[in-house]
Ligand binder design. Structure first.
Ligand code: PGA
Length: 273
């Protein structure tokens, strides 16, 4: 895991955008896994700036979002469909037929989730998966106790997640109790994972993800099993890391090297669902 610590939220967001932009420039038809929540907003803002000012071209990209609340229509202000439109899709030249999100209103969720997995495979698998981390250590909506080999499915939200996300809704009771989410096993199949964390609210989960034991009690810790993870955070989120000097040293020594693998050529995903 490459651990990169930036000073604050804005520099973390700019660094994340530079990694995504490098991928897009090197592989214009890449498949991106996208995340929602407050953490990636600065990254999306910077990508929009790069599109406007430096002509970063999204036209050939394919995207798959991690998750969606059950029961919220795409037009609901708190749906992740709406979030993506607001924070990215409406501002760059992504082709809508190549942006994919799970359907929160699917009548048969299991079927919709299996179809989503097939669509990812058909696109050749995800090249770079963006992730945030929950205060409880979730990735996607894979809460503590989720299988580390899980596939896309309908999942229950943890009470802490309901409380954390309550800030976006008028009332706590309005936060959906379930969501459709890529599984940890689905996430681990991405070629590169870029996980972001900002603020002291994330410091405990962040340190356990990087330095703690691999455990279903902290689903993000499964990323220790993945060969290409960039763990990018700000100083506040890094506060509980034990080996912070080592991460800073490595970042300094490797400063002129790309964080992305040299060979981005995609291998076709082989697993059948
Ligand atoms: P946040 O959520 O970015 O709003 O903190 C992250 C997450 O729950 O994955």
């Amino acid at each position: 895991m490459r651990v990169i610590i930036e000073r604050d939220y804005d520099s973390m967001s700019r660094r994340a955008a530079s990694i995504v932009a490098e991928l897009i420039r090197r592989q214009p038809d890449a498949v991106l896994g996208l995340a929602t929540g407050s953490t990636p907003i600065g990254l999306y803002r910077e990508l929009i700036r790069l599109h406007r000012e430096e002509k970063l071209d999204f036209a050939r990209l394919t995207t798959f979002n991690l998750d969606e609340y059950e029961g919220l229509p795409a037009g609901h202000p708190q749906s992740y469909h709406h979030f993506m439109k607001d924070h990215l899709f409406a501002h760059v030249n992504l082709k809508s037929k190549r942006t994919h999100l799970l359907d929160g209103l699917a009548r048969d969720a299991a079927r919709a989730c299996a179809a989503y997995e097939r669509r990812i495979l058909k696109a050749g698998g995800i090249d770079l998966q963006l992730l945030g981390i929950g205060g409880d250590g979730h990735i996607g909506f894979n809460e503590p106790g989720s299988s580390l080999a899980g596939r896309t499915e309908l999942v229950l939200l943890h009470p802490r997640t309901i409380a954390d996300n309550g800030r976006f809704f008028d009332r706590l009771e309005d936060v959906p109790r379930r969501a459709l989410s890529m599984g940890v096993g689905t996430i681990l199949e991405a070629r590169v994972c870029l996980i972001l964390a900002s603020g002291k609210n994330k410091a405990e989960a962040w340190a356990r993800m990087i330095e703690g034991p691999i455990s279903a009690q902290l689903p993000a810790s499964a990323l220790q099993l993945h060969p290409q993870v960039i763990a990018l955070c700000d100083e506040a989120a890094a506060a509980n890391l034990q080996h912070i000097d080592r991460y800073r040293h490595a970042a300094e020594v490797l400063a002129d090297q790309s964080l992305l693998p040299a060979n981005l050529k995609r291998k076709r995903a082989r697993r059948r669902v």
